[in-house]
Design a protein around this ligand. Structure first.
Ligand code: DC
Length: 445
C-alpha cells in the first residue's frame, strides 16, 4: 500500500497551483481538492439566495442551513449544495467578484476548513489553496508555496478567460489580480502567506511538467530516511544503558578500542555473529561513541511490541531471504548522510562459534555506502548464549573494536561483484586478527 500523504499547495491566484496540484495528484495517486472552489461554492450559494455577500450576519445563517455532499470524480473532489452541483457556475464573473469578501469572513473560513479537514478520510490528498499549509493541515510535511510574478500570472489567467469565451482585457485582468492579491494577503482571517516550512517554487519560468518535477523531487527528498528521524534518542540511550548493566552483572561485559570509531561521518561497524547477545553487546557500547542503526532480520519486526521497539531504536529491517534492496538503499542513504550503521557480515549466528563466510551483500553495501568500516570482534558470546545452549550463561563477554578499514583500502579492491566478495573477506580477516590478538593477550585498551 502506498504511503498516505497530504500535499498542501498554496499560492496567489494563477500561480499554477491547480494545474500542478492536479498533475501531482495524478502522478502520486492522490485525490485532488480545489479549496478555492469551496469558498466559491459558499459565494455561489449566497448569490443564489440573494444574500448580501458583504454582510457576515446575512451569510452565516444561510451557510449553516446548507447541506453539502461530497463525491470523488476523476480523482477530484466535487460537491453539491442542497442537492445542486454548482459546477462551472463557480467560475462565473459574479462569483469571482464577490468571493474575496466571503472568503475573508472568519465564520465562513471555519466552516470551510472543517469540511476540508474531513476529506482526509478519502486517503492521500493534493489540496490547493491559500492557507492549506498554514491553517488547514499545518502538520503535513508536504507544504508548497507556488508563486509567479503578477504579469506572468495575469497572462495565464487572461488566456484561461479567453479560452472560456470571456472578453476581459489583459490590463484589466492584471489589475483585478493585484486587487485580489492585496485582499487575500491583507485580510485578518488566514491571510495568504508562505506557511512555516513550505517549499517555495517560482513558477514564472517553468512549464507544468517542470514545476511538477520540482515538487515530486522535493517529496522524494523529504521521504529519504534520516537518522535523526529514525532513532528516538531517549529510547536508544535507555536501551543501551539497560543492556550495558545486564551484561556487566551477568557477563562481566568489557569493551576495548571504542576510540577507533570516528565520531562523525558515515561509518560501518561490522561484527562477528555467534549469539543473540551480539547486537546488545555491540549496541550497549555504542552509547559511549554514537547512536548506531543496526540491520536486523525483518521477521523480528513481526511481533507488534518488538517491532515498535526496534523502530524506536532505529533498527533497519532486512529480508534475509532475498537481496533486500530497500534495506540496502536505506542503509546506503544513512551512511551517505553521515550515520553509523552496524551489521553482521556473516548474516546469521554461527552454529559452532567458528567464523562463517561473509554474505555477498555486505561488500555491495560497503562499496556503495562509501564509508569506512570498523571491524569488531565479540568474544565469549557463543559460550554465553549459543544457538544450542538453550539460555543465557554467565560467561564473560568482551567487545573489541579494531582499527578502521579506510575508504581508500576498500576502493583499492576494485569494483563490481568480485570486489564485493573481497571486501567481505577483508572484513572477516580483520575480525579474525582481532580474535587472535585478544586471545594472545595483546588487547589492552
Ligand atoms: O483559488 P481561487 O481563485 O478559486 O480562490 C477563490 C477565493 O477563495 C480567493 O479569493 C481566495 C480564496 N481562498 C482562500 O481564502 N483560501 C483558500 N484556501 C482557497 C481560496
Amino acid at each position: 500500500m502506498s504511503k498516505k500523504r497530504i500535499i498542501a499547495i498554496d499560492g496567489p491566484a494563477a500561480s499554477g497551483k491547480s494545474t500542478v496540484a492536479r498533475e501531482a495528484a495524478k502522478r502520486l495517486g492522490c485525490v485532488y481538492v480545489d479549496s478555492g472552489a469551496f469558498y466559491r461554492g459558499v459565494t455561489w450559494k449566497m448569490l443564489q439566495e440573494g444574500v448580501n455577500t458583504k454582510n457576515p450576519l446575512a451569510v452565516l445563517p444561510v451557510l449553516l442551513k446548507s447541506k453539502w455532499k461530497f463525491d470523488v470524480r476523476d480523482r477530484a473532489v466535487v460537491f453539491s449544495i442542497d442537492g445542486v452541483e454548482p459546477g462551472e457556475a463557480l467560475r462565473d464573473k459574479a462569483v469571482r467578484e464577490a468571493v474575496s469578501d466571503v472568503a475573508a469572513m472568519p465564520a465562513v473560513r471555519a466552516f470551510v476548513v472543517a469540511k476540508l479537514r474531513k476529506l482526509k478520510k478519502l486517503g492521500s490528498l493534493a489540496m490547493e489553496g491559500r492557507d492549506i499549509g498554514s491553517v488547514v493541515f499545518p502538520n503535513t510535511p508536504y507544504k508548497f508555496y507556488l508563486d509567479a510574478n503578477p504579469e506572468k500570472r495575469a497572462e495565464r489567467r487572461h488566456a484561461e478567460l479567453i479560452a472560456r469565451g470571456e472578453t476581459e482585457e489583459a490590463q484589466e485582468v492584471l489589475e483585478s489580480l493585484k486587487r485580489r492579491d492585496e485582499k487575500d494577503s491583507s485580510r485578518k482571517a488566514a491571510p495568504l502567506k508562505v506557511a512555516d516550512g513550505a517549499y517555495v517554487i517560482d513558477t514564472s519560468e517553468y512549464d507544468v511538467d517542470g514545476v511538477a518535477r520540482v515538487l515530486l523531487g522535493r517529496i522524494t527528498e523529504l521521504e529519504k530516511p534520516r537518522s535523526d528521524k529514525m532513532i528516538n534518542p531517549i529510547w536508544y540511550r535507555m536501551t543501551c544503558k539497560v543492556f550495558g548493566i545486564c551484561l556487566k552483572v551477568l557477563n562481566k561485559y568489557t569493551v576495548y578500542g571504542i576510540q577507533n570509531v570516528p565520531k562523525t561521518g558515515g561509518v560501518i561497524i561490522a561484527s562477528n555473529h555467534a549469539s543473540y547477545l551480539d547486537p546488545p553487546a555491540v549496541g550497549a557500547s555504542s552509547r559511549r561513541m554514537r547512536m548506531t542503526h543496526f540491520m536486523a532480520r525483518d521477521t523480528l519486526f513481526r511481533k507488534k511490541l518488538m517491532g515498535a521497539f526496534l523502530h524506536k531504536v532505529g533498527v533497519i529491517p532486512l529480508d534475509r531471504e532475498k537481496g533486500d534492496l530497500k534495506a540496502m538503499k536505506t542503509a546506503i542513504h544513512l551512511l551517505k548522510d553521515g550515520a553509523c550503521v552496524a551489521l553482521f557480515p556473516e548474516g546469521t549466528r554461527s552454529e559452532d562459534g567458528e567464523f562463517q563466510k561473509p554474505k555477498p551483500g555486505i561488500g555491495f553495501l560497503v562499496a556503495k555506502g562509501e564509508a569506512p568500516v570498523v571491524p569488531v570482534y565479540v568474544h565469549g558470546s557463543y559460550e554465553a548464549w549459543s544457538k544450542h545452549s538453550g539460555g543465557l550463561k554467565r560467561n564473560p563477554v568482551t567487545v573489541i573494536y579494531g582499527k578502521l578499514i579506510t575508504r581508500e583500502e576498500i576502493r583499492s579492491l576494485g569494483s563490481g561483484r568480485e570486489a564485493y566478495l573481497l571486501i567481505g573477506e577483508l572484513i572477516m580477516e580483520r575480525i579474525a586478527e582481532l580474535k587472535e590478538k585478544f586471545e594472545a593477550g595483546q588487547i589492552t585498551e
